[in-house]
Design a protein around this ligand. Sequence first.
Ligand code: SF4
Length: 314
Amino acid sequence: MNAETILRLRIDRLKGILKSCTLCPRKCLVDRTRGESGFCRLADDVVVSHALPHYGEEPPISGTRGAGTIFLSSCNLKCIYCQNYQLSHDIFGERIDIEGLSRIMLALEKKDCHNIEPVTPTPQIPQVMEALLIARQRDLRLPLVYNCGGYENPEVLKILEGMVDIYLPDFKYGTENDALVLSGVKDYTAHAIPSIKEMVRQVGEELSMGEGVAKRGMLIRHLIIPGFISNSLEVLGLIKKHISLSVPLSIMSQYTPMPSVKNHPHLRKRITRDEYELVINHALDMGFETIFTQDVDDRALVPDFRKKAPFDWS
Ligand code: SF4
């Protein structure tokens, strides 16, 4: 069997999962091919909010010409503080078919982006992978970045072997209680650990670079949440224990309070420089080898997906 036939069979397996959906750990068991909807409320077509060169990711992902980011509608988490809530908490965007998604990928390559980065692909992964195969057959060369929230079904990730070049998962929570309070799931950590281990198995624990940008590998993101510093320390401990100290980390300070949490005693604030430095110093003391950092400032760089250019703050 040639490589393309193997990929086609894997995509058929992924599409089969839509008939009793277990694409993510919510395992809604609905038949999305018949219009039934589970937690994410998605059917078996594709819903895209925006596709654009994105300059706000880490330097190895955005490079100088931008990541080729495809913002997909709906997420399998429901973080109460989500900055992308307009599209992650609702069905938001244009319904297109798989051919249309493959054309978007090819158009991002024409715009000279460094990669193709669907966000969040988890509930639409069969469609994304079928579109990717079509685009590859039409000479798409860019690496695929799988940018997800870390709440994955590791059995589904196993099917993606050879299709994903760079995994960019969040590792949001070190305790199940924080995950339940902030994202409404009771088994985040239990799934994040084996999922990220599977990602590392596929692409290795480091980032392979070429021409100043990532071509293959892993980068784990963690957003520090005000009032939940102990959660961040727990996350670092779990990555050290279960994954590796060599895997690059992106420790993010960019938390910005959304209107939905304006009355929450902690979430209505931003993190302080002292809190950020505490987490960074803890990671350094633990021996993490590569850490991407952010400035701690008061800028509220929250995208507005109702606009054609959601990241244009001018
Ligand atoms: S992808 Fe959507 S329907 Fe499928 S298990 Fe997850 S939340 Fe449920």
